[in-house]
Design a protein around this ligand. Structure first.
Ligand code: UDP
Length: 329
């Protein structure tokens, strides 16, 4: 591989991607507008360009100055709740950013892209575990914006021969074991980092959003995947595109589900902290169970997640307890 362009490389998952590419000795260039990312999170890229994907001239310069062989696009807004109240922000940034990126790829004859999609493309699932061929019917604009981009990728493959891997993430969590990088969102809305903040005493308690779901303990079940396993799949996806010259959509999840209560229990055990919890009302739009079938990624990409829930929580705890204020210290 020559140079890989990582868009959104200063974000949570993007920064773990950049660190992995650096470990593997792959030349990496990052593009990020730093609106949610952190400059300090970028470790090992040859060059970081600060700018917005929607700025076509800016992207043109990045592609002209580097011999880009493949693109990994993480750059997007990803707060489900915010997307419901401000859908145009999500279509405007996520879809327009991808249009601009695909336009630059077309112009500069770059033929491979790995795209961050989401389990939110499925909406309320038809069955568990969810397979890539299952119905997609997003229940929020975030998922809808990602599904719209998947559609665009399909047509750009057909028209311009741009091969893509659309990776539908389930619940990414954890951090690199060396804890030089980790999860630092503001505001934070995800369960595991919020549980960690409650363990640190930065929050009085963790709210459990509903305990009347049709699950064994009444709380929602999700499929948590270690961020390191997640980024390893991106590298395998790039290799797949190069080897097979064929596009594909892949679920990235562990295949195991854990309830909100089980996550809190595991975190109590691993951190040794009490972690007060309170039942709160359901959060709008939360499906009761989301579990991935990861068979397709196993068969075609050769990907199997190696890290289980304990490792996810232990690594998240190492990061949060050593960086109680995220990248601010
Ligand atoms: N959740 C919760 N309390 C919180 C945050 C999340 O009970 O403070 C629940 C949420 O309802 C969902 C699960 O934890 O069932 C995972 O939520 P998260 O926002 O981390 O990821 P999502 O599944 O929405 O992508």
């Amino acid at each position: 591989m020559k140079t890989i362009l990582v868009a959104g490389g200063a974000g949570y998952i993007g920064s773990h991607m950049v660190a992995l590419l650096a470990e593997r000795g792959i030349d990496t260039v990052v593009v990020d507008n730093l609106c949610t990312g952190h400059q300090q999170a970028v470790k090992g890229a040859r060059k970081t360009y600060i700018g917005d994907l929607r700025d076509g001239d800016f992207l043109d310069t990045v592609f002209a100055e580097n011999e880009i062989d493949g693109v990994i696009n993480f750059a997007a807004f990803s707060l489900v709740g915010e997307s419901v109240t401000d859908p145009l922000k999500y279509y405007g940034n996520n879809v327009a950013g991808s249009i601009s990126m695909l336009g630059a790829m077309r112009k500069h004859n770059v033929k491979r892209i790995v795209f961050s999609s989401t389990a939110a493309t499925y909406g309320e699932p038809e069955k568990q575990p969810i397979e890539e061929t299952d119905r997609t019917d997003p229940t929020n604009p975030y998922g809808a914006s990602k599904l719209a981009i998947e559609g665009m990728l399909k047509w750009c493959d057909q028209a311009h021969g741009i091969r893509y891997a659309a990776l539908r993430y389930f619940n990414a969590a954890g951090s690199n074991t060396d804890v030089t990088i980790g999860e630092d969102h503001n505001p934070e809305s995800h369960l595991i980092p919020l549980v960690m903040k409650a363990a640190l005493g930065q929050r009085s308690h963790i709210g459990i959003f509903g305990d009347d779901y049709p699950t064994a303990d009444g709380t929602c079940i999700r499929d948590y995947i270690h961020v390191r396993d997640l980024v390893e799949a991106h590298l395998l996806a790039l290799e797949y595109l190069e080897r097979e010259d064929k596009s594909g959509i892949f679920n990235l999840g562990s295949g195991d589900g854990y309830s909100v209560k089980q996550i809190i229990e595991s975190a109590r055990r691993i951190t040794g902290k009490e972690i007060p919890a309170k039942i709160e009302p359901r959060r709008a739009g939360d499906p009761s169970v989301l579990i991935a079938s990861n068979k397709k990624a196993a068969e075609l990409l050769g990907w199997t997640p190696k890290r289980g829930l304990d490792e996810i929580i232990a690594d998240a705890w190492s990061w949060h307890s050593s960086h109680p204020n995220g990248y601010e210290g």
